[in-house]
Design a protein around this ligand. Structure first.
Ligand SMILES: *Cc1c(COP(=O)(O)O)cnc(C)c1O
Length: 250
């Protein structure tokens, strides 16, 4: 039997195969944590991915999509849309958000995972109110404590969560983290466990239900699920490697 290396880009079914594999890995990791795969929301991260590939993924049933820049999302949502065969496509903002883009973000996104300061939360709440809706949000926590990373430091989480929970037009649903920098499963696990513990403590002391934990990316989503993740944000494992340039938010 000959085994030839398959060029990923030339194979039209590559995306389908990769998506199927990610789903089965999610399902297996969920079972290891006593849950079903259907309890974990797979968010396909489409930053730098062309509209055709995004549409193909949507046709394969991927209805939650993540973008980390408002401007890029603007074009992509226009090209891909907000529904497919009668089912809504949910757009998640997962990257750093500047306050002056809060209005645009509320127009574009169905949920924001990256809220990390009160002024931003207040701006989002104001714009959601003006639109007559409630915006689901998560608070981003910097569990790895890197100075370069966004997110509220763990010590500052409870006071911030308490204030955000009082805002009229936001629905605070849980916490998000990017986790440890490298794809070392072991390091990532400690950060994910910490996020879960922070959530448990904040929920108890503030009397809130914070059911969602957005944690886990291509290199570590199985570990994240084992530690209680309810939403994984997976880009390259579905869509293939991105160009190497570092991507911030916007
Ligand atoms: C890019 C990105 C992801 C997805 O990263 P992959 O390693 O490609 O899965 C997830 N979350 C955030 C915040 C990102 O910026």
């Amino acid at each position: 039997m000959t085994t030839l290396p398959r060029p990923v880009k030339a194979d039209p079914s590559a995306l389908s195969a990769r998506l199927e594999e990610v789903r089965s890995r999610i399902s297996n990791a969920a079972k290891r944590s006593g849950r079903e795969g259907s309890e974990i929301r797979l968010i396909g991260v489409v930053k730098t991915v062309g509209a055709d590939a995004v549409r193909e993924a949507v046709a394969l049933g991927l209805h939650d999509l993540g973008e980390n820049r408002v401007q890029e999302a603007e074009q992509k949502i226009a090209a891909v849309g907000r529904a497919s065969e009668g089912r809504p496509i949910r757009w998640h903002l997962i990257g750093h958000l500047q306050r002056n883009k809060a209005a645009r973000a509320v127009q574009l996104f169905d949920s924001v995972h990256s809220v990390d300061r009160l002024q931003l939360a207040e701006a989002l709440s104001r714009h959601a109110a003006a639109k007559g809706q409630t915006l689901p949000i998560l608070i981003e926590v910097n569990v790895s404590r890197e100075a370069t990373k966004f997110g509220v430091p763990p010590d500052a989480l409870e006071p911030l969560a308490g204030k955000i929970a009082e805002l009229e037009s936001l629905s605070l649903e849980g916490l998000m983290t990017v986790g440890a920098p490298a794809a070392f499963g072991a390091d990532a696990r400690a950060g994910f466990a910490e996020l879960r513990e922070l959530r448990d403590r904040a929920a108890r002391s503030l009397g809130l239900t914070l059911p969602q934990l957005s944690m886990g990316m291509s290199g570590d989503f199985e570990v994240a699920i084992e530690e209680g993740s309810t939403m994984v944000r997976v880009g390259s494992a579905i869509f293939g490697a991105r160009p190497a340039a570092p991507r911030g938010g916007g």
